[in-house]
Design a protein around this ligand. Structure first.
Ligand SMILES: [Zn+2]
Length: 177
């Protein structure tokens, strides 16, 4: 496994709509190794999700996992999941606002409104169909990474930038609120 380089905001690949992955390519050794590398990269940088375009591959693949994570303490755990060609549909008009960060936008946090509950349809890394409902932080992580696959970042979703903070200031001034 390899730790991949994560591209930062400003690289054009982050603003492209990623290409769908043909189902018969999922089982290939190259694709399976790429997914392993994405997972290793997400874990290395304590991310809770990583989209393929964040590692310079404009493909509809994202990995998510919320384990015990120092960047996001006190969050409910989400099992390791690979989402290929995901389709995300809001199940409610209700939005929740919470803090997000992004490995492609280092050292910043901001409050982002997200749908509280979403339906997720995707393929897993075996090519099997996934169809499940995610809510709360799980839904937030999925919406963040689904946005990446569609050329968007969390800054695009913020209502305004009044909460946008560097990590040190976030910890100092916002974390207790
Ligand atoms: Zn991100």
């Amino acid at each position: 496994m390899a730790i991949l380089k994560v591209c930062r905001l400003g690289h054009p690949v982050l603003r492209k709509v990623a290409e769908p992955l043909p189902r018969d390519e999922i089982a290939s050794a190259a694709c399976q190794k790429f997914i392993d590398d994405m997972i290793a990269t997400m874990k290395e940088y304590d991310g809770v999700g990583l989209a393929a375009d964040q590692v310079y591959e404009s493909k509809q693949i994202a990995v998510i996992e919320v384990a015990a994570n120092p960047r996001y303490p006190d969050k409910p755990q989400v099992p390791l999941t690979t989402l290929i060609n995901p389709k995300v549909t809001p199940l409610t008009d209700e939005m929740e606002e919470d803090w997000e960060g992004c490995l492609s936008i280092p050292d910043l946090r901001g409050r982002v409104p997200r749908f509280q509950s979403v339906q997720v349809e995707a393929l897993d890394r075996s090519g099997n169909a996934l169809n499940f409902v995610a809510s709360g932080f799980h839904a937030r992580v999925i919406q963040h990474d689904w946005d990446h696959l569609n050329g968007r970042v969390y800054l695009d979703r913020m209502r305004d930038f009044s909460t946008l903070s560097f990590l040190a200031e976030f910890t100092r001034y916002w974390l207790q609120h």
